[in-house]
Unconditional design. Structure first.
Length: 426
């Protein structure tokens, strides 16, 4: 599907974002492991989170959604049943990586795979720690989906993450729910802590000490009624769009503001973006609040180390902001971008080339000089939701009408993104 984007003079209005993708996955999986009914408000309708629900259904869990409320009829820690065919994670790395931790501990075998993009994503990072727990997992060419998982009893481990990855941390902690004893994950760098928070919401104590996160296995999970905040990574597209289009004034309602995610806001404010937190509160253990953003030119800067890791999903749209900033954007320590839904360094560079924007690509990042003007162009998501949305945002500030090919990819995390953008644009 192709979308046409016209340049905007101003963005104006108030928006409500889809439910946070990361939190939704965790709620969907954990609720299925409780012995009872959990009620999830604002669970993401994005295709990735629906892939998680589809997989839980295929494992014998009944789930309904109506009027923004998803009810999961959990069957307890030992209640999943053998799926009929291959579990389909679609485009979702979170689904395959986190769910594999659960599947590895089941008294049945299963297979899990997904679309073409997912089939190119590295799985050794979960196979290694799960293997140490006793899991038996085979992968295509030893490292790619589909995975064939021969469920078995797992033992608890202490595992130090070699790459900063919340998906891998979560996979090991979920596997630890089924193992005897205490499973500990040590993080070299802090990553999003939604699993730690969600486990506690479902009644599982989690001990967190100096970067070591521990759970005891074989404890029953309690059903819960929880609310998913708006997705800050989805908000990033609206924030940058409003910054790029002069005279914009946009309010974003009930956005997740978990401190392990909000590096984006710290960075934007540090480069002079007029982003205000209008209110802040806590629901289901997660912070959320309303934000206001107005159009303005930002200075630009450098992302590296822990900062890069903390806002890895936002880098494509920050690259767009960087090109229009005063001083540009340098990104380092971002080799992980090469193994996301696409090689995001390559797909950002290709769309920039089409818009006449200069970029110098490095193995672990890029340099985008500031003060550049976007030329209208035929752009492409390359099947990657964040690339399509980042360049739809660039197109709002372009010299004329642009198109985005394969625009439907946005529905992976942000259904309704293009119509929301049209509603805001003046
Ligand atoms: C996610 C963790 C990140 C992020 C992904 C969602 C999560 O991936 O890029 O979009 O929900 O835990 P990694 O764990 O591979 O860094």
């Amino acid at each position: 599907m192709q979308e046409t984007i016209r340049p905007a003079v101003r963005l104006e209005g108030a928006v409500t974002l889809p439910g946070d993708k990361s939190i939704s996955h965790r709620y969907g999986m954990l609720a299925a492991l409780t012995a009872g009914d959990s009620v999830l408000h604002n669970y993401s309708l994005g295709a990735d989170c629906q892939s998680t629900l589809g997989a839980m259904r295929a494992l014998g869990i009944s789930i309904e959604t109506s009027n923004g409320v998803t009810t999961v009829h959990g069957k307890g820690l030992e209640g999943l049943s053998r799926p009929d065919g291959m579990l389909d994670a679609g485009n979702s790395g979170s689904t395959i990586r986190m769910l594999s931790g659960i599947l590895a501990a089941q008294p049945f075998g299963s297979e899990i795979g997904g679309d073409e993009s997912l089939s190119r994503r590295p799985m050794r990072r979960i196979m290694d720690p799960l293997g140490r727990m006793g899991a038996r997992i085979a992968a295509r060419d030893g490292q790619f989906p589909p995975l064939s998982i021969d469920g078995t009893a797992l033992r608890s481990i202490e595992y130090t993450l070699p790459v900063a990855s919340a998906q891998v941390k979560s996979c090991v902690l979920l596997a630890g729910l089924f193992a005897d004893g205490v499973t500990t994950v040590v993080e070299p760098m802090r990553t999003r802590d939604h699993t730690e928070i969600a486990l506690q919401q479902f009644g599982i104590p989690v001990e967190i000490r100096h970067g070591a996160i521990s759970v005891s296995g074989r404890r029953p999970l309690q059903p819960a009624e929880l609310t998913v905040p708006g997705d800050l990574s989805a908000a990033a597209f609206i924030l940058v769009a409003a910054l790029l289009v002069p005279d914009s004034d946009v309010v974003l309602r009930r956005v997740g503001l978990n401190p392990t995610r909000s590096a984006l806001l710290d960075f934007l404010v540090s480069i002079g973006a007029p982003v205000e937190v209008l209110s802040i509160g806590e629901h289901s253990g997660e912070l959320s609040g309303d934000l206001r953003v107005r159009g303005a030119q930002v200075t630009g800067g450098t992302l590296s180390g822990a900062m890069t890791a903390a806002l890895i999903d936002e880098i494509p749209v920050l690259a767009v902001l960087g090109a229009a900033s005063r001083d540009g954007l340098a990104v380092r320590d971002a080799a992980e971008l090469r193994v996301k839904e696409t090689d995001r360094i390559a797909t950002v560079a290709e769309n920039f080339r089409r818009m006449g924007i200069q970029i110098t690509v490095r193995p672990d990042g890029f340099d985008v000089p500031g003060g550049q003007r976007f030329q209208a162009a035929a752009l492409d998501s390359f099947g990657d939701h964040r690339i399509g949305m980042a360049f739809a945002v660039a197109a709002l500030a372009a010299s004329g009408e642009s198109t985005v090919e394969n625009a439907e990819a946005a529905s992976v995390s942000f259904p309704g993104f293009y119509s929301l953008l049209r509603d805001l644009a003046r």
